[in-house]
Design a protein around this ligand. Structure first.
Ligand code: ZN
Ligand code: ZN
Ligand code: ZN
Ligand code: ZN
Ligand code: ZN
Length: 472
């Protein structure tokens, strides 16, 4: 699945509601589409001109999609949204294949987003391109829901038949409708891109809790986050009221989800046994760590220290092929931690986790927790050959089980979580209770949810689901 990344155009550009170049998202000013591919839009000639060099190649490849036979279509309205999702996926796969053939290379994340998030009819999966190919008098281009402008329809008849799915309460978040979630998402995008090149918004409160208080486990993620961080964020924002700070909290939760998920995982793995909250040194291994997530957010992990005041040293070992090697480095802490001589030590190892363990050989000491955020380990299960992006996890999981390392995996969405949890079991893990560590929704998953690409419904988010936890 493609994942939204920073410094690439927001999803609003792929739905042709923000300028491809400057990302300006202003409904009052009409954007004009690229006259060749009609798959991107610009606020004016200046932006279009400035973007042409970068857009030229993909523009040509997308313009070449003139073979109707690659699309699966039916004229009937479907009220089975899952079935419509499957059609969307099939069409996107075929479209991707055709574009990659024309490009003679694989598509970049940004290019895949143009396919994945292009508008699709909620009732029949038609896209603007399909409508153009059909040259039918019945269909004009897609219209959109006036409230969120992120749900689309090819005709009023199709919209009337499926609209109630969009506006009725969803099970996904606090009973909000898909339309309301879309509106939140649009607000989140505006916030995220309001400062150009600012990078991800990061925030953690600068306070230490006097004692460890077990974290809440509610299903309503928003409530947990608000109760834990609402007041602190209000203070940090000098008295701004809660409704104002919520978009900030949603943005902050993307990074904060990592330390909170670690604490929650430890809490669930150890149950009544709270020894881990007062160890001299607490050691966490992050498996499959990356530069853009775990390394960039290094400072946020201090939140772990701030919630377990009896631990003197937190040692975080980031292991993954993507991170550069480094020995143990003592990180800068907040003034309070410095005064109390509390330490946060980070080390990086550029390799797969099982290679790391093998290399340590007899020196290896099991950590208090080994965790993989959004591991993607499920990607081997769908690929019968045992290769694919998730293949290397097989060996890691076996080793975690064999060495009885307390381990937890998280994933982006429900379907990844269920597949991955089966993978964990297949390789010998005895999972803790489902209501503890999954597969279940993670109360400390990111509140910033992103619409699933290549679908008309569904959401994903950082650590949104716990896949499973085990001690061997
Ligand atoms: Zn522009
Ligand atoms: Zn174009
Ligand atoms: Zn339709
Ligand atoms: Zn809507
Ligand atoms: Zn501190």
């Amino acid at each position: 699945m493609p994942h939204e990344e920073l410094n690439i155009p927001p999803i609003t550009t792929a739905v042709l509601q923000a300028c491809q170049k400057c990302f300006k998202d202003d409904t009052r000013e009409a954007l004009s589409r690229c006259s060749k591919c009609r798959s991107v839009a610009y606020c004016g000639a200046a932006c279009q001109k400035a973007d042409w060099k970068g857009h030229k190649v993909i523009c040509k490849a997308m313009s070449s999609l003139d073979d109707i036979s690659i699309y699966h279509l039916t004229d009937a309205i479907s009220t089975d949204l899952e079935a419509t999702n499957r059609i969307c996926e099939e069409n996107a796969q075929n479209e991707t294949r055709a574009i990659q053939l024309a490009l003679r290379r694989s598509m970049t994340v940004q290019e895949r987003n143009l396919v994945g998030w292009q508008p699709k009819c909620y009732g029949c999966a038609r896209t603007d391109r399909i409508i153009r190919l059909e040259k039918s008098a019945d269909h004009a281009s897609l219209g959109c829901c006036p409230d969120c402008r992120l749900a689309f329809y090819c005709s009023q008849e199709h919209w009337d038949a499926v609209k109630h799915f969009h506006t009725g309460p969803s099970k996904e978040r606090d009973g909000l409708s898909q339309c309301q979630m879309n509106q939140q998402f649009r607000m989140d995008i505006r916030f995220q891109y309001s400062v150009p090149d600012a990078g991800p918004f990061m925030w953690a409160p600068e306070r230490s809790k006097p004692i460890w208080e077990p974290l809440k486990a509610g299903d309503e993620g928003t409530t947990c986050w608000e109760e834990e961080f609402g007041k602190d964020l209000e203070m940090a924002m000098q008295g701004a009221r809660v409704p104002v700070v919520i978009p900030f909290l949603r943005a902050a939760s993307r990074g904060l989800s990592m330390p909170l998920t670690i604490l929650y995982a430890l809490q669930k793995l150890h149950g009544e046994d709270q020894v881990w909250t007062s160890k001299d040194t607490l050691v966490i291994h992050i498996m499959g760590a990356s530069i853009s997530k775990e390394m960039m957010s290094a400072q946020l992990f201090e939140e772990i220290l701030h919630r377990i005041p009896n631990v003197k040293t937190l040692k975080l070992v980031l292991i993954g092929p993507e991170v550069p090697d480094s020995g143990s480095v003592e990180m800068e802490t907040c003034p309070d931690c410095t005064r109390k001589r509390r330490k946060r030590i980070h080390a990086h190892h550029s390799m797969l986790y099982h290679d790391y363990v093998h290399r340590q050989s007899t020196k290896f000491v099991a950590p208090d927790l080994a965790i993989a955020f959004n591991s993607g380990a499920s990607e081997l299960a769908t690929d019968g050959s045992g290769t694919g992006p998730g293949a290397s996890w097989k060996e890691t999981i076996k080793l975690l089980v064999e060495k009885k390392i307390p381990s937890v995996f998280t994933s982006f969405n429900h379907s990844e979580a269920t597949t991955e949890s089966q993978t964990l079991r297949d390789y010998g893990a005895t999972l803790l209770a489902t209501e503890d560590l999954g597969p279940r929704k993670n109360p400390w998953g990111s509140m910033h949810l992103i619409p699933e690409p290549n679908n008309i419904t569904g959401w994903y988010g950082e650590n949104m689901w716990f896949t499973g936890g085990f001690k061997g």
